[in-house]
Design a binder for this molecule. Sequence first.
Ligand SMILES: *[C@@H]1O[C@H](CO)[C@@H](O)[C@H](O)[C@H]1NC(C)=O
Ligand SMILES: *[C@@H]1O[C@H](CO)[C@@H](O)[C@H](O)[C@H]1NC(C)=O
Ligand SMILES: *[C@@H]1O[C@H](CO)[C@@H](O)[C@H](O)[C@H]1NC(C)=O
Ligand SMILES: *[C@@H]1O[C@H](CO)[C@@H](O)[C@H](O)[C@H]1NC(C)=O
Length: 437
Amino acid sequence: MAVLSHFRPCTFWKLIVILVLATILLQAWHMMMLFQLESMVKDKSSSGESQNQSFPDKNDTPQGQIQETGESIESLIKKMWEKVTTANVLDKSGSYVVIDNILEESNSKKDHTQDVTIVTQCSSNHLHHLLTLSKTWNGPISVSVFTHDQDTQFAIYTIAYLIACVKNISKQVLFHIAFPVKNSPLPFDLHDFTVSCNDRIDTFQSKSKHLNYAVEGLEYPNNLLRNIATQAAKTSFVFIVDIDTLPSPEMRMSFNVFIKRHKQFMNSSSPIAFVVPSFEVNSQVDVSSIHTKTDLKKVWNDSKVRPFYFELCWKCQRYTDYEQWGLLPDFDFLEIGYFVDWEDPWEPFFIARKSDLPLYDERFKQYGFNRISQVCESYVKGFRFAVLNNAFLLHHGFKVPGNFHSKKEEEQNRNRQLFREFKKELKLKYPMSDRSC
Ligand SMILES: *[C@@H]1O[C@H](CO)[C@@H](O)[C@H](O)[C@H]1NC(C)=O
Ligand SMILES: *[C@@H]1O[C@H](CO)[C@@H](O)[C@H](O)[C@H]1NC(C)=O
Ligand SMILES: *[C@@H]1O[C@H](CO)[C@@H](O)[C@H](O)[C@H]1NC(C)=O
Ligand SMILES: *[C@@H]1O[C@H](CO)[C@@H](O)[C@H](O)[C@H]1NC(C)=O
């Protein structure tokens, strides 16, 4: 009452009336959005999505994985749309709306503390990769999805489908959403088209037409998305990868055993990056047929597999020392093969303790320097880089020049400039470090 005594009674009542009115207005708006979702009748063709889009992984359709969870696709869609329309958390720049864990139901109740989460991000038309990824990893995954405008309908439909139809995904995967404030999701008609667990994911996912990095007029905020998914992970370790890659099938279990054997890494004052050598696989080879390092060495010897970015940016990967890795003695358990000194511009994929990792710099968007900036900061922060003997990461298809969108050069030049700034700032952020990059 001491606080209120500053107000004259009539001001106080005015304030109450204003608050009540504001609440009523917000509630009305909210009801209107829900109503629109259910009953707005929109011409199907107005969503204008092109019907043919090539799916690199047609085999990803979950025949055999379908195991319904009992939650209806429609109720999941409504739940997510409600979260979207009521979301009010912005990123640091104030340009994106962020929704952590759009379906809390997908949180596993199990305590995953001593485990590794795969952290990844994508646009809505790459969500189908989760089918194989979740199967191979068979553990926690945290994925941020970038969406906007009418694309949100496809993002939400796809997530609902994955959660309702693939039990293991509903148990393993945490979904997060980010969209630009300026391109916020458009309402849609729930009866526009229907989706059932009998559908193949590509039949409706192909309605969403954009490619990663090439959304017209929009910048893909890869580092923001990585940070959202990393921070939402519920395990002590994270493995941050691209969504179109697959880890070796034994990796997660053998890493967990490895870390139990080496308790010192759980408590290390000097942080470690456990480097996982990455490869790209010729599109004629079925990636899921490569189970072990022995399998890998065989197709590698046949030139059907080569180190990741071999043609595109060899210096970005070669410090992994693939030759030494191939010659390591065959153990059937996971160990550190050897340590490597970081060299510019090495950008390996690695498992690290979540609490040790510097966050990504969210100013980097689109193509170029977005991952390297974080690896470089990890190095300056004092990380050691330990290459794991048996673990590996596979990318579907060879990366060749020319497969990229037209603005790549421009984006890369802009980010190169930003990277120079970033490196200067690191000197100020880590004044005690004798390392630089
Ligand atoms: C879609 O596919 C059809 C035949 O499959 C082809 O004729 C047409 O040009 C394609 N359209 C686009 C936009 O790729
Ligand atoms: C689903 O997960 C269980 C336990 O984690 C595993 O045993 C099973 O093979 C998985 N099923 C599929 C289809 O991946
Ligand atoms: C971890 O480090 C702290 C301080 O450095 C030490 O007190 C503790 O015993 C260590 N724990 C383990 C499990 O090594
Ligand atoms: C590697 O390939 C060569 C031919 O290119 C073959 O002679 C050799 O046996 C292969 N080695 C392995 C381990 O498969």
